[in-house]
Design a protein around this ligand. Structure first.
Ligand code: NAP
Length: 242
């Protein structure tokens, strides 16, 4: 079994890669520039007895994504599980956000996901087998002040997930999203200790999440135990959004 994880050099993607490897998957590790971190993830995957393939490319570059997907299919074999995890966040008042920032954010968080689906869906459809898991955000459901563009991108991820689940269900392909709350990764480095404490206090469980919390949900959705689950947005947010 082969899983492709975008943005797997760090944070949530790295945890997903390692947890999927622990559950029997060989892993294609996509990332944009962090060679050393990606190699560390590959070493952990191999230590678990699985194959690791490093695939460095920018998912916002449609031509690069198309080429990379074709190479993965020919060199590594068919992808059973696609985890669209790579994402960026840019915060600011809406009037301070530029069109370039809008384009940058949407081209990674939304178009990058679309291009990877385009690259792998045809082979999934012809095999009548496959599973897609998109990493969204609770802000896609609720909206976040100072993060209107990021929230829009993740609202798009949720709608795309539901639509694609309807389109691909008849081909036996499940499409779901995991919608994290505040997860302690580099993406949260902009928050102060005080901000993080306040965010933790907003959850029912009184803590922020770890990448492992998200990886556990991803592995569940990728497994046969989730065989009747499609088109769902699974909140993993400690009860911040209920
Ligand atoms: P992170 O620690 O910043 O890691 C981002 C990963 O994405 C890195 O592996 C990075 O590669 C990769 N990446 C970024 N842009 C890319 C591109 N254009 N092409 C290929 N790879 C790219 O982020 P994270 O916190 O793990 O977030 C992962 C996902 O969870 C994102 O979709 C994010 O929106 C979502 N999320 C996170 C949180 C949170 O609180 N952390 C909450 C809700 C949702 P390099 O290392 O090479 O740069």
């Amino acid at each position: 079994m082969l899983a492709f994880v975008s943005g797997a050099s760090r944070g949530i993607g790295a945890a997903c890669a390692e947890e999927l490897a622990g559950n029997g998957f060989d892993i294609v590790i996509n990332y944009r520039s962090s060679d050393a971190e990606a190699s560390e993830v590959a070493a952990k995957v191999e230590a678990l007895g699985r194959k690791a393939y490093l695939k460095r490319f920018d998912i916002s570059d449609a031509a690069a994504a198309e080429k990379a997907c074709a190479e993965v299919l020919s060199k590594c074999g068919p992808v059973d599980v696609l985890v669209n995890n790579a994402g960026i966040s840019i915060s600011g008042l809406v009037q301070d956000m530029s069109s370039d920032q809008w384009d940058a954010l949407l081209s990674v968080n939304l178009k990058g996901m679309f291009d990877l689906c385009k690259g792998f869906v045809p082979s999934m459809v012809s095999r009548k087998k496959g599973c897609i898991i998109n990493i969204s955000s609770m802000w896609g459901q609720t909206g976040a002040s100072f993060e209107s563009v990021y929230s829009a991108s993740k609202g798009g991820v949720d709608a795309f997930t539901k639509a694609l689940a309807k389109e691909l269900g008849p081909s036996g392909i499940r499409v779901n999203a995991v919608s994290p709350g505040c997860i302690l990764t580099d993406m949260c480095a902009c928050y102060s200790e005080q901000d993080l404490k306040a965010l933790a206090e907003e959850t029912a469980l009184g803590r922020n999440g770890t990448p492992q919390d998200i990886a556990n949900a991803v592995v569940f959705l990728a497994s046969d135990k989730a065989s009747f689950i499609t088109g769902q947005i699974l909140g993993v947010n400690g009860g911040m959004v209920i």
